[in-house]
Design a protein around this ligand. Structure first.
Ligand code: PLP
Length: 395
């Protein structure tokens, strides 16, 4: 018998970054030594959803008949609430029947879009650094990655003119994401228009991940990719109630835009899942169609955290840019430090503060660490003081 029991499939090779596992192992060690860890690693919202949303969820859970399968597309009222929200927020018209698909968290769609559209060897244009699922989903589908570097000198936007015409002609799909994770950069409509024009020229499907559209600061309002002319001819946009309404554990996201792309994704998903728990869909409707004051309060809370962190680090001599959006600070390593992995490991071991090495998000992430704004200002002040002392001793 030349088989190995429970040997993982080869397609799992190359998934995930070993650095995340290494950081997590060290975090557990540090915790077991009794040190208080301040985890600014994972971007999991720590703030509560609005009271009206929690009440809707709780009362829907009490209804005996709300426990059946709901099927893939999402209940009609959810699709309508999504289309209305899109109209109000971005002035983009979405057809409720054909241009909306609910997802079990946007991650569901980000992962499965490749299974639905990528054949082995097909090329996808992926930002580097980038949110890991853009690469993981592609690997699982057997596709080939063409990395688009996100560099500080280009304001962390991919330089479309650097993509060889032969690659663009072959590429099937492109991912973009603004406000961005991990680099916390934002993009304006001029950039989205350039992407839409490029994609229309070469016949490339565009997937814009707009998970952080409502976490924006200093009065900035991020646009939708679908506001660009011709965007809906080639693209879709992913959203989520996770960050906007602090409902990450509920697992509800959605994709809107090009009907052919959404039909392909829906066709795959109808074979994979039976839809989202109805009380969660009702909670999402309450969130999307209720007062957006909670969203504004949420953004100002994150802005205050950003200021505490960035201003605090500056007092210790570590100057990092203030982002206009996302829940992250993308911090260039302090002078004299070269390895983001070593810096993050040393910082965690010595101070208990978790940050993620930039290289975990792609080779172009080296030279940076990502700090998530997922703790209240008083905890961030403690983190800043610990980081400051660490820098004073190690530099
Ligand atoms: C850029 C980005 N897109 C998507 C997601 C996934 O969100 P969801 O909870 O909707 O699956 C995250 C989660 O951190 C993210 O950072």
């Amino acid at each position: 018998m030349n088989k190995v029991f429970a040997e993982p499939a080869q397609r799992l090779n190359g998934l995930g970054s070993a650095i995340f596992a290494e950081m997590d192992k060290l975090r557990r060690e540090v915790e077991s030594e009794g040190k208080e860890v301040i985890n600014l690693g994972i971007g999991s919202p720590d703030r509560a959803p609005g009271a009206h949303v929690r009440e809707t969820l709780a009362s829907a859970c009490a209804i005996e008949t709300d426990y059946g399968y709901t099927m893939t597309h999402g209940i009609d009222a959810l699709r309508t609430a999504i289309a209305n929200w899109y109209q109000q927020r971005f002035h983009v018209k979405i057809d409720v029947e054909t241009e909306v698909l609910s997802l079990m968290g946007s991650q569901d769609g980000l992962a499965h879009i490749y299974t639905a559209f990528i054949n082995p060897g097909d090329i996808a244009l992926i930002p580097d650094p980038g949110y890991p699922i853009y690469t993981a989903g592609l690997i699982l589908a057997g596709g080939q990655k063409y990395a688009m570097p996100l560099l500080a000198e280009n304001n962390f936007l991919p330089d479309l003119s650097q993509i060889p015409a032969a690659i663009a002609a072959k590429a099937k799909l492109m991912f973009i994401n603004y406000p961005n994770n991990p680099v916390a950069a934002t993009a304006d409509l001029t950039f989205f228009q350039a992407v839409a024009d490029f994609a229309n020229t070469y016949g490339i499907m565009v997937c814009h991940d707009n998970a952080y559209s409502e976490l924006a600061y200093d009065g900035y309002r991020p646009p939708s990719f679908l506001q660009a002319k011709g965007a809906k001819d080639i693209g879709i946009e992913f959203h989520s109630i996770s960050k906007t309404y602090n409902l990450a554990g509920c697992r509800l996201g959605f994709a809107v835009g090009n009907r052919k792309i959404l039909a392909g994704l829906a066709m795959l998903k109808s074979n994979l899942d039976y839809g989202i728990f109805k009380p969660v869909q009702l909670a999402a409707i309450a969130a999307l169609s209720g007062s957006q004051e909670v969203v504004r309060q949420n953004a100002s809370a994150y802005q205050a955290r950003r200021d505490v962190l960035v201003d605090g680090l500056a007092e210790w001599g570590w100057h990092v840019p203030k982002p206009r959006g996302s829940m992250f600070v993308w911090a260039p390593l302090p002078k004299g430090i070269i390895s983001s992995r070593q810096f993050a490991l040393d910082l965690l071991r010595q101070t208990g503060v978790v940050v993620i090495p930039g290289v975990a998000f792609g080779t172009q992430g080296e030279g940076y660490v990502r700090i998530a704004l997922v703790r209240e200002p008083e905890i961030l002040r403690v983190a800043v003081a610990r980081i400051g002392e660490f820098l004073r001793h190690c530099l």
